[in-house]
Design a protein around this ligand. Sequence first.
Ligand code: UDP
Ligand code: MG
Length: 310
Amino acid sequence: MKPVFSIIAPVFNETGCLDALYERVSEVMDSTNESWELVLVDDGSTDGSTDMIRDLAKKDKRVRPVIFARNFGHQIAVTAGLDYSRGDAVVIIDADLQDPPEVILDLIAKWREGYQVVYAQRTEREGESWFKLATASLFYRTIYRITDVKIPLDTGDFRLLDRKVVNVMNSMRERHRFLRGMSAWVGFKSIGVPYKRASRFAGKTKYPLKKMLKLALNAITSFSYMPLQLATWVGFISAGISIIAIPVVIILRLVGSQFFYGQATTLIAVLFLGGVQLISLGILGEYVGRIYDEAKGRPLYITSEVPEEN
Ligand code: UDP
Ligand code: MG
């Protein structure tokens, strides 16, 4: 039977958090007096989280395990959760309890008012390093500026999506996914709910700098051509400068000025333009590589276990 609410949590090595997550989510969801399911997507955990998920599913039929064959990354894990969710409203939440499950009730209240996307907006973040805070703030503001969709500031993936929105998002099978961008891109009636982001319940962050950079690159390339246009602009600017500089240098030479003698000037110009060209090539490569990934058409994820009934 289809439940009213689906809660999705991606899990990557979260043994310390899983039981508490289950307890708190069940308590909150039971208080709604509606049917619900908890879709736990195991993203290739190696610390025993997989068995814990299986145990929870045995104990409570409302827990639906989706087990990946290897680690595919947070955004893909949430995607699988969306694929296997059946509820009329779907809530995405982190497994580490940084998104307090109690806020789900506020999200549901807005959904009942008729909103189809209710995103939770962080007003405060507890227990994060200044580096994470600074990079996150820079990230959200950069994305807001340079992408075509207006992704609300300081929102993560913690949000409620109406079934209609989930169906649209499930039909978008792009590989390099930035879900909050996709959920803003599809539109629908949206609203934010402020909340205080807690510190991690247990364990360490699973988002090292490398993964954060990857996410940022995916966000930018999925929703903006700005980096490509930047190369065009730098090209126009240096071409413009050369149109002015060439006659100036020729005239200075003809009148016998010593100003542009020597290899230093040449070397600087060559190195600078060489750098600009390689960077442009790299930017182009980011987009071409993504086209290649799409062209291969591989599945987004591979599961080794999925919930029985669907
Ligand atoms: N996660 C995942 N796969 C990964 C990395 C993270 O499923 O490759 C999950 C993780 O278990 C957690 C959520 O994504 O439920 C957010 O990760 P984390 O809390 O480490 O990120 P942070 O809050 O530090 O940005
Ligand atoms: Mg976290």
